[in-house]
Design a protein around this ligand. Structure first.
Ligand SMILES: [Zn+2]
Ligand SMILES: [Zn+2]
Length: 367
């Protein structure tokens, strides 16, 4: 569900311009027809999981240790025992972890590494764990479709902000996206949440007394959650009242323009990911509802900036709601009201440039 609908033609164009900093966006229809499908420009750090399709309890297969590391990172299994390294044995802990994962993502709960599960695990996603202290925090996906049953979740202990005015700073040196564009993107992203709550967000200088600090980083950046290069983990943020929001500088971010028309098959909409991470900053954890902002994965070339009813219900259960929005709304109303809120906040150009922190350039800046 997250591989996206990348046209082979656009994929080819992306490969032809594998390293790009600023590239004009062209409509796909302007490209020649009949070209072969080729791979995206960046390898997926989790692509090796594909070879593990079909594995089940009792199997011993090279690569399962890496998958255990993935499951540990996202909270599904405890840290490796005394040796400090995972082994390649598909044990009972792993089976249980996969069942929880499948439940969280609305997959058939088999406890086996079937194709659907492996495909979901390879999807680009947020680096924040889905499970905290051994308890699934994503709600019960079997409840999807039950009216009124929220699938949102909070961090352990439901930490939250005690003040309504929060200052954020964009402190970054590892992206080629200019500061004016970043300011606009984050103003729009914060406006999504202020429309549903009584929060007001104001940008401040990085050295000032900011509650929230936004940064682009590559690889290990000192908080124990190293980024992994293009694809894989895209961003992460900390629960209240930490305020750190980090984006992987090596992703191909589209900050200005229509991501669905991006030249790169691996382009991600910065605003969409920012809206998700701000949800974490405010205290929401992941949701099992695929349409929600707080769902952990996002496909490349996808625009997803509207709060779903699940997101609104989640944030309004934690904080006082904005009286201009009435409670947890049905998705159609939610989208309409959120669209209006965002339209009022700032306008967004339909066409523009791809401000891409492309791999080579991003890393060069980082080193
Ligand atoms: Zn997340
Ligand atoms: Zn970080």
């Amino acid at each position: 569900m997250v591989t996206g609908g990348a046209s082979p033609l656009v994929v080819l164009l992306a490969a032809a311009a594998a390293v790009l900093v600023v590239l004009p966006v062209s409509p796909a229809s302007a490209l020649p027809a009949g070209l072969p499908d080729i791979k995206p420009p960046f390898p997926n750090p989790w692509s090796a999981f594909k070879k593990l399709s079909g594995c089940h309890f009792g199997d011993e297969r090279r690569g399962l240790a890496k998958l255990k590391d993935y499951l540990w990172h996202f909270g599904y299994i405890p840290e490796a025992s005394s040796s400090g390294r995972f082994n390649d044995l598909f044990d009972a802990d792993m089976e249980l972890a996969i069942k929880t994962y499948q439940s969280n993502f609305g997959l058939r709960v088999t406890g086996e590494l079937d194709v659907a599960t492996v495909t979901q695990m390879m999807a680009p996603r947020c680096g924040v764990a889905d499970v905290v202290n051994g308890t699934s925090t994503m709600g019960n996906s079997s409840a999807v479709g039950l009216r009124g049953r929220g699938l949102f979740s909070y961090f352990s202990g439901s930490p939250m902000w005690s003040k309504k005015t929060l200052k954020y700073a964009i402190a970054t040196s590892e992206t080629s996206i200019d500061m004016a564009t970043l300011s606009l993107v984050f103003a729009r992203a914060f406006a999504r949440w202020s429309a549903a709550t009584m929060f007001s967000f104001t940008e401040t200088a990085p050295d000032a007394d900011a509650d929230i600090t936004i940064g682009f980083h590559a690889g290990d950046h000192g908080d124990g959650s190293a980024f992994d290069g293009p694809l894989g983990t895209l961003a992460h943020a900390f629960s209240p009242t930490d305020g750190r929001l980090h984006l992987d500088a090596t992703e191909t971010w589209v900050a200005d323009g229509d991501v669905t028309l991006a030249s790169s098959a691996d382009a991600f909409d910065l605003e969409s990911v920012a809206v998700h991470e701000i949800g974490h900053i405010l205290g929401l954890d992941h949701s099992s509802l695929p349409d929600s902002i707080m769902y952990p994965t996002i496909a490349p070339r996808t625009m997803k900036v509207n709060l779903a009813a699940d997101d609104v219900q989640g944030i309004q259960s934690l904080y006082e709601g904005n009286p201009n929005l009435e409670g947890a709304m049905p998705p159609t109303t939610s989208s309409r009201v959120m669209d209006m809120a965002a339209a009022v906040a700032l306008s967004r150009p339909r066409y523009g440039l791809v401000g891409a922190a492309a791999a080579a350039v991003g890393l060069a800046l980082a080193l």
